[in-house]
Ligand binder design. Sequence first.
Ligand code: ATP
Ligand code: MG
Length: 244
Amino acid sequence: MDALAAVGIVTPNAPRSQIADQYRVIKRPLIGNAMGKGATAIENGNLIMVTSSVPGEGKSFTAINLAISIAAELDNTVMLVDADVARPSILRVLGLPSGPGLLDLLQDETADLSTMLLKTNIDTLSILPSGTPHDRATEMLASDAMTRLVEDMGKRYPDRIIVFDSPPLLLTTEARVLATHMGQIVMVIHAEKTLRSDVEDALHTIEQCPVKLLLLNQVRTSAGGGYGYGYKYGYGYGYGDKAV
Ligand SMILES: Nc1ncnc2c1ncn2[C@@H]1O[C@H](COP(=O)(O)OP(=O)(O)OP(=O)(O)O)[C@@H](O)[C@H]1O
Ligand SMILES: [Mg+2]
């Protein structure tokens, strides 16, 4: 927990902070949609993909923070899946040793998912690592085995929220295939850095997903230093193709 706090991840017992409050706001619609409490039921609403247009926008940071924040709610059990298989980072950030995971499940469909899930010291949060590195890792995300696995996860754990850290949409077509299985997509946008045209192109690739939330990450305050009025790291989200 100390290591997580040091890199800015919001841990369950951390004192109230602005970023913790922001994640509380961001997770609310995601949980509502996942649990069928929104205005309309969302198919596969419990499958949530965190992605972005281009690398380095804060996908893994967001996926980990959201998973911890959702798991902190009494009613929710969360599985965090490292589906950024070519550049996995979740175990490293969490300080956990590497082990078998997603890629192993895709290569051997008789392997048992539950034996690969890592428990954490947050009771309601488990992690599925990306698994043993593979030359064609990214391609495997678009495989039939992945389709079957994601469908199986959604059905086997209908009361569990599954958060997928994933590759950026404009870098690989496989991330777009993965997106087709998801009920909700959080698209992280690095404020003042990512080109509007890239955001628009990326949004076109996930048009079919029922719920798309845009998260404006790392907004800097013009006052600097995080003092005074304004967000140091802000957020924004919108529905459909409207960024707020
Ligand atoms: N809102 C934030 N507040 C503080 N640090 C952040 C925030 N968002 C991202 N970072 C930091 O920025 C760096 C890049 O973020 P991260 O690794 O999550 O991006 P990514 O989109 O997963 O990158 P990649 O495409 O390489 O997987 C990390 O060091 C992360 O801790
Ligand atoms: Mg990442």
